[in-house]
Design a protein around this ligand. Structure first.
Ligand code: UDP
Length: 372
């Protein structure tokens, strides 16, 4: 059988590989970009001579041993536990997610145990039993001032929305800490591909039953040439915006070379109301190389219409209108037996990499079971 996969990112590459390995499918993978690896693409930058993540930091973390085992066919790993610091109004920096050291630095306190931190937050948190949005959720943990400083301004820049309009799930990506653990994630597996993501994708797509065609945009006329299409393009675009466009957020990346980077963690978040959300020093990431000042990237979030229609983040709101609109598209998609929508833009989900891999493995298995 002939299958077409639209998009050579994690969603498409996993499905292509799974089908190709059965020896029953011939898979063509197309991507409109000139490279594979989707938004995980991490080439060597010609100016710095070192690797960087072209579409922003991609940190691998998961609790799924199955996902790690699966990807281990295509890469070796290096241990890497991500750390971020937030710049405080006084210019100093402190761990983000907020931990005991963050409060001690910000308020000049000497909290010395988890219990003291809990007691301190107990005095400033707001007693909201059932938070209805991200703002109430954060107020109920940190109180108003810390919420505005560490989440309010960042979220306004990042999403163009108030915390009160955002679902809890977006800010609940960050763990709540009472101790001194400075790491960004809690997951059991915190590892990065030893030779970068691009090398991982090259291996995954290197199969005699997979053909990759880059610089190739999807056209609906292609569908008639294939038995099935797995499509990671934006689902609203596929259906010609029939129910109106879905909202997405995008990011513009500003690269600076030969800049002093005087932090010992690779990513620094800005809590001010300037335009940047964060900056990243690639030399402090595994598999990137170079020296710390060689290449630093600043991120400015924006609407996708202002960034060449690059859709990075599906936007979900508390009132649920984007989710309802997506459901309309999903219902249309269900009527098409020969098309399956995959990935962040095809399924309108704020997926992390490990979640895309798990989801694509499940979709491929379901498809193969149905085809038996
Ligand atoms: N966030 C914030 N301040 C920070 C870091 C995160 O307000 O310093 C909020 C913000 O709304 C962000 C969300 O938490 O979009 C999730 O952060 P994460 O770092 O997971 O975002 P990503 O890396 O996916 O852009």
């Amino acid at each position: 059988m002939k299958t077409l996969v639209v998009g050579a990112g994690f969603a498409g590459a996993v499905i292509a590989r799974e089908l190709a390995c059965t020896e029953r499918y011939n898979v063509t993978v197309i991507d409109k970009r000139p490279h594979i690896a989707g938004n995980a693409y991490d080439p060597v930058h010609p100016e710095s001579g070192a690797r960087y993540h072209q579409y922003g930091p991609h940190i691998f973390h998961t609790n799924s041993g199955d996902v790690v085992d699966y990807l281990s066919q295509f890469t070796k790993w290096v241990p890497y536990r991500h750390q971020v610091r937030a710049i405080l109004p006084g210019g100093q920096s402190a761990p983000m997610p907020i931990n005991r050291d963050t409060l001690n630095t910000h308020y000049g306190l000497t909290l010395s145990s988890d219990e003291e931190m809990r007691d301190y937050l107990g005095q400033i948190r707001e007693p909201i039993d059932e938070p209805a949005n991200a703002e109430e959720h954060l107020f109920s943990i940190y109180g108003r001032e810390l919420t505005e400083l560490f989440f309010g301004r960042y979220t306004r820049k990042m999403w163009g929305l108030e915390l009160s309009d955002m679902p809890i799930s977006v800010v609940a990506r960050l763990p709540v800490r009472y101790g001194q653990d400075p790491h960004y994630f809690n997951d059991e597996y915190q590892i990065m591909p030893a030779d970068g993501y691009l090398a991982l994708f090259e291996k995954m797509l290197d199969h005699e039953n997979i053909q990759v065609r880059l610089n190739t945009a999807f056209d609906k006329a292609m569908e008639s040439q294939y038995d099935h299409v797995f499509n990671s393009m934006p689902i609203d675009e596929y259906f010609d915006n029939e129910f109106g466009p879905l909202p997405y957020r995008s990011i513009r990346f500003e690269h600076r070379f030969n800049e002093v980077f005087d932090h010992d963690v690779p990513t620094v978040n800005f809590t001010d109301d300037g335009r940047y959300t964060r900056k990243t020093c690639w030399a402090l990431y595994p598999a990137c190389g170079g020296a710390p000042g060689d290449h630093v990237t600043y991120e400015t979030p924006c609407s996708y219409e202002d960034n060449d229609f690059e859709r990075y983040y599906p936007i979900k709101t508390v009132d649920g209108w984007p989710q309802r609109r997506y459901k309309q598209y999903e219902a249309l998609a269900k009527q098409r037996d020969n098309v399956t929508f995959i990935g962040r833009c095809g399924q309108y989900q704020y997926y992390d990499m490990h979640q895309v891999v798990a989801n694509s493995l499940m979709i491929a298995q379901k498809f193969l079971d149905g085809a038996r």
